[in-house]
Design a protein around this ligand. Structure first.
Ligand SMILES: [Zn+2]
Length: 322
């Protein structure tokens, strides 16, 4: 989704997930045998990238015999390649190579990097594909044992399920997401100036102010989660809650659900545990704020790949248009 050209990070995927092919072993084997595939390897949550001369970073893919060997070998999880989807007539697989020496597992095609450190530099479609690869490999790596009986599990459905190998149990486990709400609290001051609330969290780098956020709890609606988190973190009651946008956040396994929320009171009271400071910002205040990377600045905005930043920019665009 874009707002005045602002694309939310990791939402630009163009590959077809081709979920109907996940059980079609004959098709997958034939495509691999014919060489119509490529592999996005993942080494301990890092993706393989390279920098072409004079250009920004790009996703690096493996193909040919080396990639075929990786698909069959299965890496740490014993899982053959995880089918991400189909793009440009080729299957795209992720393979976890975490137990390999990273230099060996790079096959000279690039280096392993945290794609979050390349926020906004990778082409949007590649960032989405690599984030997906990272997320599914993390899920595979952390679900090698059955949560019900403790027996080993094995990959099924081209990497999108794991089967408990204890025949008396036999549960099939599917990837789970952790939904999180993220919200920009708004208000119009007594002076008539619209403002939004940004907070400094104890876990943030110095001077970074961002939206409030938190995980949805069992038995809770998204709107209730928004109201609870705002109340817990800054002691403000909020009225209307409006859904704005979502963002996959496989770092390791979240989906971010973005909202705006109208404050019913003016004075925030930070909880001093998670949130150490909360302030109201007008559009003019935001214009004077610095970027995440500008470490000497007094106020820094959220990273450009985050939905937090999108919510801030979308809010600013609403008032700039008036
Ligand atoms: Zn089991």
């Amino acid at each position: 989704m874009t707002e005045r050209g602002w694309q939310i990070g990791y939402t630009g995927g163009t590959f077809d997930r081709a979920s109907e092919r996940r059980l079609d072993d004959a098709f997958l084997a034939a495509e691999v045998a014919a060489g119509r595939f490529r592999v996005a390897p993942v080494w301990r949550d890092r993706n393989l990238v390279f920098s072409p001369p004079g250009g920004g970073p790009r996703a690096a893919f493996l193909s040919g015999e080396a990639a075929r060997g990786l698909l069959q070998g299965g890496g740490e999880t014993g899982s053959p390649g995880i089918l991400l989807g189909v793009e440009g007539g080729e299957l795209a697989f992720a393979v976890d190579v975490s137990t390999f020496d990273p230099e060996v597992a790079a096959f000279g095609a690039g280096d392993y990097a945290d794609i979050r450190s390349l926020a906004g530099l990778l082409p949007a479609a590649e960032a989405a594909l690599l984030a997906t690869a990272r997320g599914v490999c993390h899920w595979q790596r952390t679900h090698r044992f059955c949560g019900a009986c403790g027996s080993p599990t094995a990959s099924r459905e081209a990497g999108h399920a794991r089967l408990c190998l204890n025949e008396a149990c036999g549960r099939i486990h599917y990837p789970r997401l952790d939904p999180a709400v993220i919200m920009l609290v708004e208000s119009v001051g007594e002076d008539g100036v619209p403002r939004c609330l940004l907070a400094h969290n104890a876990r943030f780098p110095n001077a970074v102010y961002s939206t409030l956020a938190g995980f949805v709890e069992i038995g809770e609606t998204l709107e209730q989660a928004v109201r609870r988190e705002v109340w817990e973190e800054v002691g403000l009651a909020v009225g209307e809650v409006v859904y704005r946008a979502s963002q996959p956040w496989p770092f390791p396994s979240s989906i971010m659900l973005g909202f705006s929320a109208m404050a019913e009171a003016a004075v925030p009271t930070p909880d001093r545990v998670e949130v150490t400071d909360a302030r109201w910002f007008s559009a003019a205040d935001l214009a004077a704020a610095a970027e995440w990377g500008e470490e000497e600045a007094e106020i820094r905005l959220p990273r450009r790949d985050s939905i937090a930043r999108f919510l801030v920019e979308a809010w600013r665009a609403r008032f700039a248009a008036d």
